[in-house]
Structures are given as structure tokens and as C-alpha cells.
Ligand binder design. Structure first.
Ligand code: BTN
Length: 252
């Protein structure tokens, strides 16, 4: 059970999270927000559930979360950004998740490009941003899945995934944690894009590290330097700097 009043008492935002729809269970909170668009919802409208049954992950993967243990939520952004910068919103969300966790739970999470949330070298959360242009306006649904109080993870992912509780070795109250993430999101959203990029680079777990990069069915090896103003990965490959806007990163 998630208590929305406990979220709201910890919120300092003006926009994000002021309208919250809570479902005890649902298929996908991203889908729920898209369905609500027909009801003329405002920016900041948010859906959270305690039991997501058909969670969608990136690259067509499923996102599986334990009922009653994780945070699974999605919210609407109506960005005033040029279309080529829409991708920055998921990077900004990653920054907000890391900073919200740090402030509330004193855990030092990191980011893996583009927006995996990493704790002690394991994945603890992920972000799925979906966008559509409707009647000339861009709508972005930002979905976040975060393992919070799981005490064990399914065996098929337990070597690569973790939860905040497993690392902290104590349970974490989800509602204020969630509010801290939204507070961090709104405060960063109101800053310049260049600050989002600087913050992302400062939280990156593989800055100046050797990486393997899966791109166009090839595996490329190089050193990850940083992300640029468009959120592209800048990788040094055989002393030549190359930029990538998509791909899957493997830490060496
Ligand atoms: C990833 O693959 O790393 C991204 C996972 C994103 C999962 C979240 S959970 C809330 C929202 N609803 C969904 O169906 N997916 C996102």
C-alpha cells in the first residue's frame, strides 16, 4: 500500500505530483498516463502503483517489480524544448532519481548511459521515456522503476540487479523517497539544460573508463569521455572521438 498523503506532505513541487492517481494494481503506469491524455491532464500528472503487472522496459524488455516493494510510476511532461533535445529529459530524470535517493536515503547511486540507475555496480532502477506529438504538441511520458525494499531479486537477474534495501541493509519508506525524487526533478527541470548535462556527467559511473559499446550489431571498445549537450555519448576509439546517440554500453 502506498499512502499518497505521505507523498504529498513531503513534496515541495509546484507542478509535478500535485495530481496523483494511485492504483493498487495496473498493467503499466506509462500506459495509464497515455490513456489519461484524453482527459486533458496537465503537465505533472502522475500515476503510481503498488503492483505493476505488465511493466515495459527499454528496447522491448519487460520490467518486473515486486508488488509492495518497489516504486513504479509515470508522469506527464509537456516540454518547452526543441524536438532534438527531448532525449535530455530521461537523462534529467536519471539525475533526479540519483539525487533524490542520495538526499533521502544517503545512498550513492550512479548513472550508466543513458539512464540506468546503478548502486554498487548493480542495476537498481531504470527509466522509460515515451514521446508522441499530438496536434502539434509534444507529450512525454516518463516512467521510472526503482527496486526499493526487495529482499531478494529473481534468480535470473540477481547477479546484475539489486535493491536499495539490500545495499543499505535496512528498509526504506517509499513515499518520502518518491517525493524527494520529484522535488529533485522539478528543481532540476527549472534549470538550464547545460546544468542537466553537467549533473549527469558528475553522477556517471563510467566517466573516463574503458567500455564495450554495442552499436549497429558491432561491439566497439573505447574510453567513455562524457555526454555532450545533446546527451550523446562521446567515446574515444583508437584516439578518435566519436559520438553516439544510441547503443548499449557494457562496462569492461
Ligand atoms: C529499463 O528497461 O531500464 C526501463 C524500465 C522502466 C520501467 C518503468 S516502471 C514504471 C513505468 N511503467 C512501465 O511500464 N515502465 C516504466
Amino acid at each position: 500500500m502506498i499512502f499518497t498523503n505521505l507523498i504529498q506532505t513531503n513534496l515541495t513541487t509546484k507542478v509535478f505530483g500535485h495530481e496523483i492517481e494511485y492504483f493498487t494494481f495496473t498493467d503499466s503506469t506509462n500506459e495509464d498516463v497515455w490513456e489519461s491524455i484524453e482527459d486533458n491532464i496537465d503537465e505533472g500528472f502522475l500515476v503510481i502503483t503498488d503492483h505493476q503487472k505488465k511493466g515495459r522496459g527499454r528496447r522491448g524488455n519487460d520490467w518486473i517489480s515486486e508488488p509492495g516493494a518497489s516504486l513504479t510510476f509515470s508522469f506527464l511532461i509537456k516540454p518547452q524544448l526543441p524536438i532534438e533535445k527531448i532525449g535530455l529529459l530521461s537523462l534529467l530524470t536519471g539525475v533526479a532519481v540519483v539525487e533524490g535517493i542520495s538526499k533521502f536515503a544517503q545512498l550513492d547511486c550512479k548513472l550508466k548511459w543513458p539512464n540506468d540507475i546503478i548502486l554498487n555496480d548493480k542495476k537498481v532502477g531504470g527509466i522509460l521515456a515515451e514521446s508522441k506529438q499530438i496536434e502539434g504538441e509534444i507529450y512525454v511520458v516518463m516512467g521510472v522503476g526503482l527496486n526499493v525494499n526487495e529482499q531478494e531479486l529473481p534468480s535470473e537477474i540477481s547477479t546484475i540487479s539489486t535493491s536499495l534495501r539490500l545495499e543499505k541493509k535496512s528498509p526504506i519508506q517509499r513515499e518520502p523517497l518518491f517525493a524527494f525524487i520529484l522535488n529533485a526533478f522539478e528543481s532540476m527541470y527549472n534549470k538550464k539544460n547545460t546544468e542537466w548535462i553537467d549533473a549527469w556527467n558528475s553522477h556517471c559511473v563510467h566517466l573516463n573508463s574503458d567500455v564495450k559499446f554495442h552499436h549497429d550489431n558491432k561491439i566497439i571498445e573505447g574510453t567513455f569521455l562524457e555526454i555532450d549537450a545533446m546527451g550523446q555519448a562521446i567515446i574515444n576509439i583508437d584516439n578518435i572521438t566519436q559520438k553516439f546517440s544510441s547503443g548499449v554500453l557494457e562496462l569492461s
